[in-house]
Design a protein around this ligand. Sequence first.
Ligand SMILES: Nc1ncccc1[N+](=O)[O-]
Length: 236
Amino acid sequence: MVSIFPSYLAPLREALLGRAISRGLLELTVHDLRAWTHDVHQAVDDSPYGGGPGMVMRPQVWGDALDDVLAGPPARLVVPTPAGRPFTQALAREFSAEERLVFACGRYEGIDQRVLDDAARRVTVDEVSIGDYVLVGGEVAVLAIVEAVVRLLPGVLGNPRSAAEDSFSDGLLEGPAYTRPEVWRGLAVPDVLRSGNHALIDRWRRDRSLERTHRRRPDLLEALPADALDRADRAL
Ligand SMILES: Nc1ncccc1[N+](=O)[O-]
């Protein structure tokens, strides 16, 4: 990763991801973009051509940084930006199969477009968005993207089934989950989940998942492939 706030990415070395790194399941290197500046002020941005508010990150600094960081084994350049294509679970899976990912964290009003155009001459460049809102920079998006990708790497999650049964893995939202005690503040766990009848439990979970998706994300239902819903689903 390349950022002007490397410490923003420190959480990646905590907990699950930190353990995956210490277990050698992945390597993580954070570079300070300012290492590629040469002026005393270590300037990384300048005012935009054509005027307008804010600052644009300068091509020379990013160009030199990416020349160095992209050197070596083939990598895919991921640039978080609100103007990017949506980052989805499917893209997380695609990224998790890559040998190496390089993340360019932009600040201010983004990075001079020529940096991405120049990089695209050498590597695949993915401008991706984690949501329709504007953060101050790409670092928080990189934290989210890396967590979504790394948890899919073999051996990272204790139980590989949980990645397979994620929300979105079957195109639907995950339904409600419960654990002990059976009754808590007068609220009981649905009986079916204690029935031991796994066919019934699977059906109940599928129904809750379909209901929730219908209520909260009808767009996901629209996007399902035709054969994704069976007769029982349609009966719901
Ligand atoms: N939403 C965003 N805002 C700023 C930078 C990056 C962003 N994103 O979604 O990747």
